[in-house]
Design a binder for this molecule. Structure first.
Ligand code: AHM
Ligand code: MG
Length: 335
């Protein structure tokens, strides 16, 4: 029987090989992974638990909140509250961050997460996911502030996601490459299935919500026309795929090669996706896998969010296509 390399074993091996990670950090990563297993179970039982459907509330972004969003958010916060090395948690579903019970003053790490990304797909059994990032705070010994969360993505010490699809996967990086694990439901553990994930250098997939075309700025239109018009041999076999769950779209493109774009447009001049909860963690992963992520102008990881819920254009995938987007944006002088 092939050896099962579980996530916990992998984390311990990495720590041994790199002589860096502290026991605290290893425990933190294992705990985040366990928390996503709890969410995976909730997602898989969504219909049975009668949690489908909307609560009728709107979240801080003004969007409808589904029940499972709340459940995922509450269980992630509860699971991470006990970690003494974590001082605060920021969730896409909450207006402000919360300090943890165990480590508010002494914890060195901050965690930001989108508990259930792709929420419009919950009711229809389409892949959704959880995205997270971990950063270290500069000052320990006091209560954390919002400013502690607002550093550039280049300062993240870890980022990852779980995708709840035909199987559940956990993909993460601590800045030394990207590894992917598949949940073995029998063992109840994530098992290494995608070692050292690297983005293939081809543009198999273009992911963008094409129904926004009338709202796109001219640079975005020209970029899409360049690819869809098959102006280069590279785009002969490119196809369009758009799920509407960022995690799932990202995960597929990471494996097949391609580019995802959610640009600012005339109806969302700031963009739709959130820097802290979505763009930063995925940008760290894509760079670690050999790709790139920008807002059309600058590297996502260099941007300092001006608030927990700051939004940005996100163009993410193969470096060639991300740069192509940037050239068209520059040529058309987008606002
Ligand atoms: P969510 O975090 O509330 O689920 O919103 C983010 C989602 C992303 O998963 C996805 O890429 C995008 O919104 C889809 O937006 P649209 O339906 O406008 O194409
Ligand atoms: Mg989201």
């Amino acid at each position: 029987m092939a050896e099962l390399l579980t996530l916990s074993r992998h984390i311990l091996q990495q720590a041994r090989d790199h002589h860096e990670a502290t026991g605290d950090f290893n425990l933190l990563m294992s705990h985040i992974a366990t928390a996503t297993k709890v969410v995976a179970r909730q997602v898989s039982k969504a219909g049975l638990l009668n949690v489908l459907g909307k609560t009728g509330d709107t979240n801080v972004q003004g969007e409808e909140v589904t029940k499972l969003d709340i459940i995922a958010n509450e269980s992630l916060k509860a699971m991470l509250d006990d970690l003494p090395m974590v001082c605060a948690l920021a969730s896409e579903e909450d207006a402000s961050f919360v300090t943890t019970r165990a480590g508010a003053t002494s914890g060195r790490y901050l965690i930001a997460f989108d508990p259930l990304d792709g929420s419009s797909n919950i009711d229809v059994n389409v892949s959704i996911g959880t995205i997270f990032s971990v950063r270290r705070r500069a000052t320990v010994g006091e209560l954390p502030t919002e400013a502690d969360f607002l550093g550039p993505g280049s300062e993240l010490v870890a980022a990852g996601y779980a995708v709840y699809g035909s199987s559940t996967m956990f993909v993460y990086t601590t800045g030394k490459g990207v590894d992917g694990f598949t949940l073995d439901p029998g063992v109840g553990e994530y098992v290494l299935s995608h070692r050292n994930m690297t983005l293939p250098d081809r543009c198999r997939v273009l992911s963008i919500n094409g129904t926004n075309r009338d709202r796109w700025y001219p640079g975005t239109q020209a970029f899409v026309d360049h690819i869809v018009g098959r102006t280069e041999a590279r785009y002969e076999r490119t196809t369009g795929r758009y799920i509407g769950s960022l995690v799932a779209d990202f995960h597929r493109n990471l494996i097949y090669g391609g580019v995802f774009a959610y640009p600012a447009d005339t109806s969302s001049p700031e963009g739709k996706l959130r820097l802290l909860f979505e763009a930063q963690p995925l940008a760290l992963i894509i760079e670690q896998a050999g790709g790139a992520a920008t807002d059309g102008r600058q590297r996502i990881l260099d941007i300092r969010p001006d608030g927990l819920h700051a939004r940005a254009t996100l163009v993410i995938g193969n470096t060639r296509e991300v740069e192509l987007y940037g050239r068209y944006e520059a040529a058309h002088g987008q606002p």
